[in-house]
Ligand binder design. Structure first.
Ligand code: IMP
Ligand code: MG
Length: 182
């Protein structure tokens, strides 16, 4: 994908080079933390796929990969927070050192649900690594062990993040024009 800014996008927030640099740093932190262990990366489909594969290449302890897919709904009052697993993991995580890999943590509802669900399956450890963290919009407090970037309160796309399933393949992260993300 070229780095020309596509229609609908306002500006680039993080370039491919900045993303690569941060992923190397976070990968090194994770490698240090899991020294002597086998880590299982659990990716949340579909947004985390680009981040997870880039991150995995910069982790130098043995690792396994599994994915789960979720659906989230608004409740009848329009409030967010209803999440369910639409595609479950292929394998058990019992006794494993699990690192949940997310594209973005926003309100925290999705992550809270995932952490509760996975914790109930008796992993040896459970930690969180998110590509983007929008802490200013957090509604429920959730532990985030690693993040690449803190972002402002604007809708972003690229490097896995979508708007109506589009833009996931951008090599950069961009802010959408307000009228598109309204
Ligand atoms: P949370 O449950 O509010 O933390 O929502 C997190 C989910 O909302 C993420 O996994 C994304 O799928 C989606 N999301 C939140 N903010 C953005 C954004 O700026 N761009 C694209 N998707 C987003
Ligand atoms: Mg997501």
């Amino acid at each position: 994908m070229s780095t020309a800014l596509l229609p609908g996008l306002e500006r680039i927030l993080f370039t491919e080079e900045q993303i690569d640099q941060r992923i190397r740093e976070v990968g090194a932190d994770i490698s240090r933390h899991y020294q002597g262990k086998v880590v299982k990366l659990v990716g949340v489909l579909k947004g985390s796929v680009f981040f997870l594969t880039a991150l995995a290449r910069h982790i130098d302890v043995p690792l396994k990969i599994d994915f789960l897919g979720i659906s989230s709904f608004s409740n009848k009052d329009g409030a967010p927070g209803v999440v369910r697993i639409a595609k479950d993991l292929d394998d058990s995580i019992e006794g494993e050192d699990v690192l949940l890999v997310e594209d973005i943590v926003d309100t925290g509802f999705t992550l809270r649900y995932l952490l509760q669900t996975l914790a109930g399956r008796a992993p040896n450890s459970l930690a969180v690594c998110t590509f983007l963290d929008r802490n200013s919009r957090r509604i429920v407090q959730v532990p985030v062990d690693y993040h690449c970037f803190e972002i402002p309160d604007r809708f972003v796309v690229g490097f896995g993040l979508d708007y109506n399933q589009l833009f996931r393949n951008l090599s950069y992260v961009a802010v959408m024009k307000p009228e598109k993300s309204a």
